[in-house]
Write a protein that binds this ligand. Structure first.
Ligand SMILES: [Zn+2]
Length: 321
C-alpha cells in the first residue's frame, strides 16, 4: 500500500511525520496505530483509510490481493461471474508477502497492449481534467477495458509469479484492481518505471504497483529545464499533464507520504510553485513540501485551488468555460 516498514515502524500514510516515523504495526495483533495522529485499526481499516473506500470494497481489495478465495462480493450490486480456482494453491506464495520490484519490461508490454482512450468513461474523465486526446497520447495514457482478459494475456507471456513480482497482483490470479481503468505510465528515459492506474468503475480510485515506492511523475522534465525556470509540483498525475498541456512545466509527487528527501536536491535549481489539492490531504502535502525546502533555505510558493478542486479541475474549467 506504499507503506515501507522498517521493523514494525513506518512513516504515517497521512504524511505528518516527516521527521521521525510514528506509525507502528503489531504483527501479533494484526493492528496498526499512529502515535502522531492517533489513527489506529486493523487491516481492513487501513485499506479503507488509504484507498478511501467502504468496508466491502476494502474487503474485496484484501481478498483479491491476498488470495482469499470464494469471498468476493460483487461491487456496486452488479453481479460478476468469477472463475474460481478449485485446486488448493501452493502455500508458499501466500504465507510471506512477495517482495515486489519495478518491472519496466512488463509495464511497457502492458501499456503497449492497451489502446488509446476511446471509451466515453475515459474520454469524459480526461476532458474533465483538462487533458485533450493528443495530450493523453503524448503522455502515453491508455485504457484497460477488461482487467480479467488483461491478466490472462499477461500470464501467458510473463507468468503469474512475474506479475505478482511487478506488484500488479496479489496471490490470487487476477489484477489487483477491477473494471475499466486508465493507465498512466511513469517514464524514466525510455523505460516505464511505474504505472498509475486510475479505476473508473470501482470505488477504489487509484492503484499503484504494491510494494513499489511511488516515483516522481514527469521527472525527466527536470533535465530539459534551464536553472531558474518555473516548475510546478502537483499532487496528481492528471494535474501535471494538464499543466503541461497549458504550457507550464510540471511534475507530480503523489501525496506527502511519497515525497523523498533526495528529490529536494534535484528540485533546488528551479523556481518552484507547489500546487496542492484544495483539501485536507493537500494541506499536508503543502506542509511537507514547505518543510523539506525550508530545511534547505529554498523558497517555494504555493497556488491553492478553490476548496474541493485540484489544478486540473481549474484548468478544465478555464478550457471548457
Ligand atoms: Zn499519523
Amino acid at each position: 500500500m506504499g507503506i515501507t516498514l522498517r521493523g514494525n515502524k513506518a512513516m504515517c500514510f497521512k504524511g505528518h511525520d516527516t521527521a521521525s516515523p510514528s506509525f507502528t504495526v503489531s504483527k501479533a495483533r494484526n493492528t496498526w496505530r499512529c502515535f502522531g495522529c492517533g489513527e489506529h485499526g486493523d487491516a481492513i481499516a487501513l485499506v479503507r483509510k488509504i484507498h478511501g473506500v467502504g468496508f466491502m470494497d476494502a474487503c474485496n481489495w484484501l481478498c483479491s490481493h491476498f488470495g482469499i478465495i470464494g469471498s468476493e462480493v460483487p461491487l456496486g450490486g452488479r453481479a460478476r461471474s468469477i472463475a474460481r480456482v478449485t485446486s488448493p494453491k501452493p502455500v508458499d506464495s501466500q504465507t510471506s508477502a512477495p517482495s515486489a520490484r519495478p518491472d519496466p519490461e512488463l509495464y511497457a508490454w502492458l501499456i503497449a497492449h492497451c489502446g488509446p482512450v476511446k471509451a466515453s468513461l475515459g474520454t469524459t474523465y480526461l476532458q474533465a481534467h483538462g487533458i485533450a486526446p493528443e495530450l493523453a497520447l503524448k503522455f502515453g495514457v491508455v485504457e484497460l477495458v477488461n482487467s480479467a482478459r488483461a491478466y490472462r494475456e499477461l500470464e501467458k507471456h510473463w507468468g503469474a509469479e512475474r506479475i505478482r513480482g511487478a506488484g500488479l497482483s496479489g496471490s490470487r490470479r487476477a489484477l489487483s484492481w477491477f473494471g475499466y481503468a486508465l493507465l498512466f505510465p511513469f517514464k524514466s528515459g525510455a523505460a516505464t518505471e511505474y504505472l498509475q492506474v486510475r479505476c473508473l468503475e470501482s470505488s477504489m480510485k487509484f492503484f499503484g504497483p504494491s510494494g513499489i515506492p511511488k516515483p516522481m511523475f514527469n521527472r525527466h522534465r527536470l533535465s530539459q529545464l534551464q536553472p531558474g525556470s518555473l516548475l510546478h509540483i502537483c499532487e496528481g498525475v492528471p494535474d501535471a499533464i494538464a499543466m503541461e498541456g497549458a504550457g507550464l512545466a510540471a511534475v507530480a509527487v503523489l501525496g506527502a507520504t511519497s515525497f523523498r528527501s533526495e528529490w529536494v536536491e534535484e528540485l533546488l535549481p528551479f523556481n518552484l510553485v507547489g500546487i496542492p489539492d484544495g483539501d485536507a490531504a493537500g494541506e499536508k502535502f503543502m506542509k511537507c513540501l514547505a518543510n523539506e525546502f525550508r530545511a534547505r533555505s529554498k523558497s517555494i510558493r504555493f497556488v491553492i485551488p478553490p476548496e474541493g478542486m485540484d489544478a486540473s479541475d481549474v484548468i478544465a474549467r478555464g478550457k471548457n468555460a
